[in-house]
Write a protein that binds this ligand. Structure first.
Ligand SMILES: CC(C)(COP(=O)([O-])OP(=O)([O-])OC[C@H]1O[C@@H](n2cnc3c(N)ncnc32)[C@H](O)[C@@H]1OP(=O)([O-])[O-])[C@@H](O)C(=O)NCCC(=O)NCCSC(=O)C[C@@](C)(O)CC(=O)[O-]
Ligand SMILES: NC(=O)C1=CN([C@@H]2O[C@H](COP(=O)(O)OP(=O)(O)OC[C@H]3O[C@@H](n4cnc5c(N)ncnc54)[C@H](OP(=O)(O)O)[C@@H]3O)[C@@H](O)[C@H]2O)C=CC1
Length: 428
């Protein structure tokens, strides 16, 4: 199920309740969702206690909705969990500017994860490699027997690879994990098959664990931003495009810049991965390893100019996310996030996340290549500073606006403004 329109102008100016109503009108959430989102303690300590160890409480983070996204001709509202101001606004902003060209087009490889089995002390590794490759049917039987449920859903072992690394052999099990993230599924397979691999190779089984460089499970997104849609005050669309292409070149050539550029992409990616209860560390490890796959660390995204002079962005990255397993089914907010997204497969989720990453990258690069990041980011960060300075209730907006108006978003100034505001209200 997708939403009628993700374009909700001025969504951010609405109250929390009004925003919920706007989302609910579009995606029709279950009745319990209203109460759930109004209550900040929405993960019960009992559920928390079943998720991790030694629980004494829970930790809440803001969940916001990015508007304006069109992905593969479908309007989608995007739930994002982040503690960082301007991240959600940035996605709304980027998505709005590519609606006229149709939004984002996405694709996906397949839900194939890699499990590694390390074999050490193999006397004749080249010979043993072939012996293992010949045994694929036996390997398949062992792996598939460990997870009949996965097999029933159309998943299971797809193929194997055997790599010789120095004096070790490393066997890769390529497993279709369907709608799961798949770590537990493939780890169980690796552990089950390791004794046979050790026997056939004449070596010893070492580690048996998935690889987070999930390069058989990549999600891709591309979009065109038309020149006419990206101009800003004082700069033509061509100027903005050229500034962004120069920013991209910098990220493509310099790992110091690429790390920050990719962090911007992950601002969007991790926020939706977290909102859906998926494993942020697995996705982040995979993304950064993928960014370094050609030998030196570089930009995950690519930016070019098409024949009409428009700005074309594309992004490809590993996306091991699921709708089943981990916290995805256990965390109540994760379930509602999936309702809001309207995705029904891990593939759709992965493709959506790639589109959000590309949107995030566009917004950050555009800000950097034009006004600088601080103007937009600090304007939105002003509320945090106001709260840190001690502002409460209506004081928060008043202090935040005064900070933005004054052009200096600093704690000392916020404290001073708060003192003045309180003194004025005491006098009146
Ligand atoms: C912050 C903006 C969006 C302002 O951008 P703006 O052009 O001043 O905003 P605007 O008032 O013209 O509004 C444009 C649209 O932005 C959205 N928008 C505008 N304000 C809000 C808001 N309060 N809440 C929600 N959405 C908002 C909204 O969609 C709005 O359209 P509308 O729907 O109203 O027709 C822009 O400057 C921007 O996109 N900046 C990028 C911010 C960013 O990337 N933040 C991430 C943190 S910095 C970082 O960690 C990464 C970095 C930067 O280092 C990565 C890198 O180096 O590559
Ligand atoms: N390095 C890493 O990234 C590591 C990550 N992890 C963690 O592993 C967890 C994810 O593992 P994962 O294997 O996804 O979780 P689960 O084992 O919880 O769930 C996957 C299982 O769900 C069952 N299932 C039911 N329906 C489907 C379907 N349609 N598609 C696929 N499977 C289905 C399958 O069989 P069955 O019911 O028989 O189990 C499958 O094995 C996350 O919490 C992650 O943080 C763990 C170790 C390392």
């Amino acid at each position: 199920m997708t939403t009628t329109s993700s374009r909700i102008p001025g969504f951010y100016r609405l109250s929390l309740g009004e925003r919920f109503e706007q989302v609910n009108q579009r995606v029709s959430l279950p009745e319990a969702a209203r109460q759930h989102f109004a209550n900040t303690g929405n993960l019960s300590v009992q559920t928390a206690d079943s998720l991790v160890e030694n629980v004494i409480g829970t930790f809440n983070l803001p969940l916001g909705i990015a508007t304006n996204m069109v992905i593969d001709n479908e309007e989608r509202l995007i739930p994002m969990v982040t503690e960082e101001s301007s991240v959600i606004a940035a996605v709304c902003n980027a998505a709005r500017q590519c609606r006229s060209s149709g939004g984002f087009v996405t694709s996906y490889s397949a839900p194939v994860m890699i499990a590694q089995v390390q074999l050490t002390q193999v006397p004749n590794p080249a010979f043993a490699r072939l012996r293992i490759l010949e045994s694929i049917e036996q390997i398949r039987q062992i792996c598939d027997a460990t997870d009949p449920v996965l097999l029933k859903h159309g998943g299971g072992l797809q193929d194997i690879e055997v790599r010789q690394i120095d004096d070790m052999l490393v066997v890769h099990l390529l497993v279709d994990v369907r709608d799961a993230m798949g770590a537990n599924a493939v780890n169980s397979m690796a552990e089950a098959v390791a004794p046979s691999l050790a026997e056939w190779s004449g070596g010893k089984a070492g580690l048996r664990i998935l690889s987070n460089l999930a390069d058989r499970r990549v999600a891709r997104a591309r979009a065109i931003w038309r020149i006419a849609d990206i101009a800003v005050e004082g700069l033509s669309g061509e100027d903005v495009r050229d500034g962004m292409l120069s920013a991209y070149r910098f990220a493509a050539l310099d790992p110091y810049r690429a790390a920050t550029h990719n962090k911007g992409i992950m601002n969007g990616v991790s926020a939706i991965v977290l909102a859906t209860g998926n494993d942020t560390r697995a996705v982040e490890a995979g993304a950064h390893a993928y960014a370094a796959r050609h030998g030196s660390y570089s930009s995950l995204s690519h930016w070019e100019c098409d024949a009409d002079g428009n700005l074309c962005g594309s992004l490809e990255l590993p996306m091991p996310v699921g709708l089943i397993g981990g916290a995805t089914r256990l965390h109540p907010t994760a379930r509602y996030s999936l309702d809001i997204l309207g995705v029904s497969s891990a593939e759709q989720l992965a493709r959506t996340i790639a589109a959000v990453g590309l949107a995030q990258n566009f917004a950050a690069m555009k800000a950097l290549a034009t006004t600088g990041i601080q103007k937009g980011h600090m304007a939105l960060h002003a509320k945090n500073i106001a709260v840190m300075a001690g502002a409460e209730g209506e004081e928060i907006d008043a202090i935040a606006s005064a900070l933005v108006k004054g052009g200096k978003v600093r704690m000392d100034i916020a404290e001073q403004l708060l003192g003045e505001l309180r003194a004025t209200s005491e006098r009146s």
